[in-house]
Every structure is written in C-alpha cells, then in structure tokens.
Design a protein around this ligand. Sequence first.
Ligand SMILES: Nc1ncnc2c1ncn2[C@@H]1O[C@H](COP(=O)(O)OP(=O)(O)OP(=O)(O)O)[C@@H](O)[C@H]1O
Ligand SMILES: [Mg+2]
Length: 262
Amino acid sequence: MAEPILRVREIHKSFDSTGVLRGVSLDIQEGEVIVIVGPSGCGKSTLLRCINGLETVDSGEIWLRGEKISGRTRDLYRVRQKIGMVFQSYDLFPHMKVMDNLLLGPTKALGRPRQEVEAEALRMLERVGLREKAYALPRTLSGGQKQRVALVRAMLMQPDILLLDEITAALDPEMVSEVLNVVIDLARGGMTMAIVTHEMRFAEAVADRVLFLEDGHVVEEGTPEVFFHHPQTERAQQFLRSFTYASKRDKGEEQPKNNAGD
Ligand SMILES: Nc1ncnc2c1ncn2[C@@H]1O[C@H](COP(=O)(O)OP(=O)(O)OP(=O)(O)O)[C@@H](O)[C@H]1O
Ligand SMILES: [Mg+2]
C-alpha cells in the first residue's frame, strides 16, 4: 500500500491527569474518507484537534506526507495550512462578506492572486448552490448555508486533508442534508477526509473506513458494511443499538439520532 497521507502513531493526551487518548494509531491514505464514531466524551474532537495542532500530544507522533508534524519541531503555521478543519459552529467573520471571508486565507496566507481565488471561489459557491450569496454578509445566511461556505473556505486553502467535527450538529434537521451532500460531493472528488459525525446514515454512505473510539482507544475498525451491519465488538453493538432505539422512539423519524450523549 502507498505511504499514507496521514499517520498517527500511539498518541496519548490527558487533561488534568485523565487520559482521553490512550494510544491511538491510524493511517489515512490519499483520497480515503475515514469516519470516527464513538460515545460523547470519548475523545473524537480531541483526536482531530491533536491532528491539526490545536492541542499538543503528550506522547506519540503524527506525520503528514512523511513529515513529522507533532512535537516541538512542528511548524504550526504550515501544518494548519495543509490540514483544513470545519467545526460545529460557523466561524465566519460576521463583518466581512462571504467573498472576503473566502479570500482571506488564500490571499494572505498562501499569497495567491485575488482574481484567481475569486474566480475559483465563485465556481465552488456555484457548486454548493450559493453563487447568489457570494457578496452577502454571513448574518443573512442560514446555518446550513454558512456551513457550506465554511467548507468552501477550507477547500480554497487546498488542504492535503480535511477534518470535519460534527459540522451539522448545530443545524436544524432540514439543513443537514444540504451540507452533508456537499461533503459527499467532496469525497467523490477524491478529497481525503477524517469525519466525526453522529449522522450514522451519512457515515455509512461517505466512509471508506469507520473507526469506533472508546476509552481512549480505537476499539473497532472496519468497512461501513461490516461496522454498521456486523459490528464485531459488544461495545460497538451497544453503541449502534442506542441509535436504533432513538429512531424508533422518535415516532418513525427516518434519520437515527444519538441517544447516548449530547
Ligand atoms: N481543553 C480541555 N480541558 C479539559 N478537559 C477537556 C478539554 N477538552 C476535552 N476535555 C475532556 O476530554 C474528554 C474528551 O472530549 P472530546 O471533546 O474530545 O470528546 P468527543 O468524543 O468529541 O465528545 P462529543 O461527542 O460530545 O463531541 C471529555 O471528558 C472532555 O471533558
Ligand atoms: Mg466532539
């Protein structure tokens, strides 16, 4: 198999002497989409934050395209340019038009010509159905529209890998699919991604591989077919049952919701 684009080796991370990540290892190949699931508080966000340098690791190593990006020698500025991240809450600058939000990183951090980036931004906005919002202020956008802009903004930085942390968790249900469809489109286009989500149907549709995280470890790892339909461990079976129960209880609502946690 080719050299993975991202390699995480035995990382440990504690907060106040509580071990959150207790030896997590994973590889992501170029163009691969991994989905990380697990109960609330199991360390999913911490893992993504360690990967893009928002948290330091206590031990273990993280490599991006063969370059070590954890530890004291890391160049955080460059790491964050190569690793895109979108969070649950929209973090667009409220006083800047959508286009100015989009242009900021590519022109300032990458030094790309404004005209070139603007043309690319317009093409990408068109693709996510937001061409007409290019020069609007963020407050005039719905939550789902803001998250689509946040995805475009991350992609315009031409990252090696995109990390998505529950990007639909704060959205009204009717806006979830418009955002997730953009992610599925990016996956089809070959974008390498690590996705944390509680949307199990989406996880099954988008993942090449699913990792189940619990108690600071990757407890189970497999294809979406195996993980969602024939989970191997008792803990994964229990976790998945909590979703089924929620969906039945919600009077026939189609999208299962997490019942265990937030
Ligand atoms: N900066 C911090 N300081 C102290 N404790 C923290 C910090 N960040 C996370 N934790 C703790 O680490 C644990 C893992 O948190 P994390 O946010 O990674 O979980 P998660 O799997 O993303 O959960 P959720 O599904 O609810 O988002 C939790 O117990 C949390 O309280
Ligand atoms: Mg989280």
